[in-house]
Design a binder for this molecule. Structure first.
Ligand code: PLP
Length: 385
């Protein structure tokens, strides 16, 4: 009944586990990718004030000029001294996932080859597939306590004629962060063969080595090159429910992109965009706090899990997830996740939700208060015992 490219898309396996907990209030929920703190008051107040001032109308397809300027300034500062991004390279979208969807609608024809580093948040692979593109998955591997990318494997998966390579780093679900040299080799390869390079930068600020942002090549891109960075307010500014994102893309792309926004969402709500401006202008302390909290939670979780029998995990370098497995126990991750909820009320995402490479793993979102994490680890210990 539906288009052929939609049929093979799997239904959300995270939802399948969450549905098993419907109506229960004793479940610790670490399955979704968001923290448990609401957006800070100064951001909420700005949206309220904009509503009170009657900012309830349609607006520009590419975002209000003030927000595009804020984003252009922010991206240029963050990637200084080499980056100068003008507003003509910026489009505002109604969330990061909408940015990814509209990029896919703008770039991909049926049959186009798109190489993607996996496991990955399922929406990243679903968007090209919805357009009929052929997604080639390039799996990370986990050895010596680290997630690693065999870069040659990615380059081989993207021969001349490939339409795009998509990399999400820091990665959801593994917390893997692509090294600067790998980015640069990949960029050189894409340049040589005219391949679009799409960076899903949703977690670029959430890294634990003290750097301002994750490695990447945005600063090296000329204004008209085939490079797109998709981003979101959701994670860095704790604004998941607001649905606000943006992308940085070549100038010619942005001009046509306005049409894609028009036909899909027409524009992001103005009062939400006002909140986005203040998040950028006054949000540095918020990001620093979020990173510090995530860093501490990561360390606590990794340390406690290491003491449980059979638990194998690679400490994430970024994002907000730990991707781990339990030797001899979690091979069927969906079944394992459902039993964890049913028997001890621990809500984790099954690794298979992120692709076949994720099977056998569980994803734990550690953007949570310390007592909840401690309780979760005790529940897992009880279950394993
Ligand atoms: C890898 C990745 N990219 C993009 C997003 C988009 O976030 P949003 O649609 O909330 O802006 C997410 C959200 O979980 C994500 O994990």
């Amino acid at each position: 009944m539906l288009r052929a490219s939609l049929d093979p898309l799997p239904a959300s396996r995270i939802r399948e586990v969450a549905n098993a907990a419907m109506g229960r209030d004793d479940v610790l929920k670490f399955w979704f990718g968001e923290g448990d703190l609401p957006t800070p008051q100064f951001i909420r107040d700005t949206a309220k004030a904009a509503l009170d001032e009657g900012e309830t109308f349609y607006n520009h397809n590419l975002g209000i000029e003030e927000l595009r300027q804020s984003i252009a300034g922010y991206v240029s500062r963050l990637h200084a001294p080499r980056a100068t991004v003008g507003t003509d390279r910026v489009a505002v979208t109604s969330s990061g996932v909408t940015a990814l969807a509209l990029i896919a609608q703008s770039l991909f024809e049926p049959g186009d080859r798109v190489a993607i580093v996996t496991p990955v948040w399922p929406n990243v692979t679903a968007q090209p597939r919805i357009m009929g593109a052929e997604v080639v998955r390039v799996p990370l591997s986990c050895h010596d306590g680290r997630w690693r990318l065999d870069l040659q494997r990615l380059l081989d998966a993207a021969p001349p004629g490939t339409r795009a390579v998509i990399v999400n780093s820091p990665n959801n679900p593994t917390g893997w962060v692509m090294a600067q040299e790998q980015w640069e080799t990949l960029l050189a390869h894409c340049r040589r063969h005219g391949i679009w390079l799409v960076a899903d930068d949703a977690y670029e600020r959430l890294i634990f080595d003290g750097a301002a942002h994750a490695p990447g090549v945005l600063a090296q891109i000329d204004p008209d090159e085939r490079f797109i960075s998709a981003n979101t307010f959701s994670k860095s500014w704790t604004m998941t429910g607001w649905r606000l994102g943006w992308l940085v893309a070549p100038r010619g792309f942005i001009a046509s992109f306005a049409k894609m926004v028009e036909f899909n969402t027409s524009c992001a709500p103005t009062f939400i965009q006002r909140a986005g401006i203040v998040a950028i202008e006054r949000g540095d302390a918020l990001i620093a706090e979020t990173r510090a909290r995530l860093h501490a939670s990561r360390d606590a979780l990794v340390e406690q899990l290491a003491r449980l029998p059979g638990v194998e995990c690679a400490p994430p370098d970024g994002a907000m997830y730990l991707f781990f497995r339990v030797a001899g126990r979690s091979a069927d991750s969906l079944d394992f996740a459902k039993r964890l909820v049913g028997e001890v009320g621990l809500g984790l995402a099954p690794g298979v939700a992120f692709g076949p490479e994720g099977e056998g793993f569980l994803r734990w979102c550690f953007a949570a208060q310390r007592p909840l994490i401690d309780d979760g680890v005790s529940r897992l210990a009880r279950f394993l015992a």
